[in-house]
Each structure stands twice: as structure tokens, then as C-alpha cells.
Design a binder for this molecule. Structure first.
Ligand code: HEM
Length: 230
């Protein structure tokens, strides 16, 4: 029963809250949809921490998509042996995981110890920061330490199969039963952050100003009155 709750009900509830929460927030709180920059209070630590976090998290996300989404048989068919994949995941994932962790440590220390940044922060900012730090720490720990302590365990044979079973709406909680505790904690806290996402500053992720790079320096707009006459 608890397996069903943790590995079927909980993940689906988190993802439902993630989707419905975003729709709700977008419809009711567009003016509050912001990253709430604190750059004008403290710049240096923010720049280093944020840069490290973002440089690390993008390859880590791509690693998750590959490791959780692509079955072993497919990578084998492409000529990538399980050992090669594992080495790539441990060294590549480990490296970018540590970069992400370093960024998160700087950002969290800054938020908790810089007096004015702390004053500007809401409870939600503090919780999101701490939870992200926990997720990243335990993910790196699972990847670099737990994997080495349990050489017989391969997350691609268990966690990844479970994850894909959720995606196709035929959940198989049993695949998670033998996963080490650190992986379990990482995944549960990972889903929890998805449920919190729409109600926090994390919504800024969906508002990256991609058109900014290509747009002209000065934007000329037709006066609404003249445009109306035409
Ligand atoms: C919610 C579903 C998630 C699942 C199923 C999941 C699964 C995993 C697994 C299986 C590993 C170990 C990979 C290995 O041993 O090579 C891992 C590592 C890691 N995860 Fe996650 N994760 C999830 C969410 C997240 C989130 C939300 C974050 C960041 C905010 C995150 C950050 C990391 C990091 C930094 C590592 C260590 C580096 C790496 O191996 O890529 N994960 N995750």
C-alpha cells in the first residue's frame, strides 16, 4: 500500500498540481509571475552561484532525460555498451552534478546569511532554496557514493523502468521497492518540487526572454491613435 502511495499516487498528484497550478497562477496572478531579482542588493555571489547552478543543471536535465527515458536496449543498439553508458553517467553526471551543487551552496548561503537578501526573501523562497539544495545534494550523493557502495544496483534496470511506466500510465511501483534510500529520497523530493513549482519564483523558468537575443535594440511602435485611424 505504501509503495502504491509513494511511487504511483504521490508522483501523479505532484504532476497534476504542477499542471493545474500553472494554469491557475497564469490566469490569476500574471503580475506576480517573476523571478523576484535580488541583484540590486547583492551581485557578486548571485552571479557566481547562479552561473554555476545554471551551467550544471542543463546537462543534468539532459542526463535525466537520457537515463530515465531511453531503454538500455536502445543505447546498446546504438553501440553504447552498458559499461560505457555508466562511466559517462558517473563522470559526466557527477561533474555537472558537483557544479550544480556548488552553485546551489553559494545561492543558499547567500539567501540565508546576507541580511538584506534574507529580509527580501519570503518563506517560499527559503523553502525552495533549501529543497533544491537537498535534491541536488542527495542526487550527487546517490550518483557518486551510493552507486559505488552498491555495484549490483543499476538505476536503469529499476528506477528508469518505473519512471517510464508512469509516463505510459501503466505504473509499476514494484520496480522501486529495491532502490537504495538515497535514490528514493532524491526522487520523492524531486517530485515535491514539481508540486511546489507553480506557487513559487520557479515559474520564471517558463519566461526566459529568448526573443531578447534576436530583437532589435530599439523597438518602434505605431501610436495606437494613428493605427486606429488607418
Ligand atoms: C522527479 C524525478 C527525478 C528522478 C526520477 C531523478 C532521478 C535521478 C537518478 C536516477 C539519478 C542518479 C543518476 C546516476 O546514478 O547516474 C539522479 C541524479 C541527480 N539528479 Fe535527479 N531525479 C529527479 C529529479 C531531479 C531534480 C528536480 C533535480 C534538480 C533540481 C535533480 C538533480 C539531480 C542531480 C544534480 C543528480 C546528480 C548528477 C547526475 O547524476 O546527473 N533530479 N536523479
Amino acid at each position: 500500500m505504501s509503495n502504491q502511495f509513494l511511487w504511483v499516487i504521490f508522483p501523479y498528484v505532484c504532476m497534476a498540481v504542477f499542471i493545474v497550478g500553472h494554469i491557475f497562477r497564469y490566469r490569476h496572478d500574471q503580475f506576480g509571475w517573476t523571478a523576484k531579482s535580488s541583484e540590486f542588493i547583492e551581485k557578486k555571489q548571485l552571479m557566481i552561484g547562479s552561473l554555476l547552478f545554471h551551467i550544471g543543471i542543463i546537462p543534468v536535465i539532459l542526463g535525466h532525460v537520457a537515463g530515465l527515458g531511453i531503454p538500455k536496449e536502445w543505447t546498446r543498439a546504438l553501440g553504447v555498451s552498458d559499461h560505457m553508458y555508466h562511466m559517462g553517467a558517473v563522470w559526466g553526471g557527477g561533474f555537472f552534478g558537483v557544479v550544480t551543487l556548488a552553485g546551489m551552496l553559494i545561492l543558499t548561503a547567500r539567501r540565508f546569511t546576507h541580511r538584506n537578501v534574507r529580509k527580501l526573501s519570503s518563506a517560499s523562497d527559503m523553502i525552495v532554496n533549501s529543497l533544491l539544495l537537498f535534491i541536488v545534494f542527495i542526487g550527487v550523493y546517490a550518483s557518486l557514493v551510493t552507486n559505488n557502495l552498491n555495484p549490483g544496483f543499476d538505476y536503469r534496470d529499476s528506477i528508469s523502468v518505473w519512471f517510464r511506466s508512469l509516463l505510459i500510465f501503466r505504473p509499476e511501483a514494484g520496480y522501486m521497492a529495491a532502490a537504495p534510500l538515497t535514490f528514493k529520497l532524491h526522487i520523492l523530493s524531486g517530485f515535491l518540487i514539481f508540486a511546489m513549482w507553480p506557487f513559487t519564483r520557479l515559474v520564471h523558468v517558463w519566461s526566459v526572454p529568448l526573443n531578447y537575443a534576436g530583437r532589435s535594440y530599439i523597438l518602434y511602435r505605431r501610436s495606437p491613435a494613428k493605427a486606429g485611424k488607418r
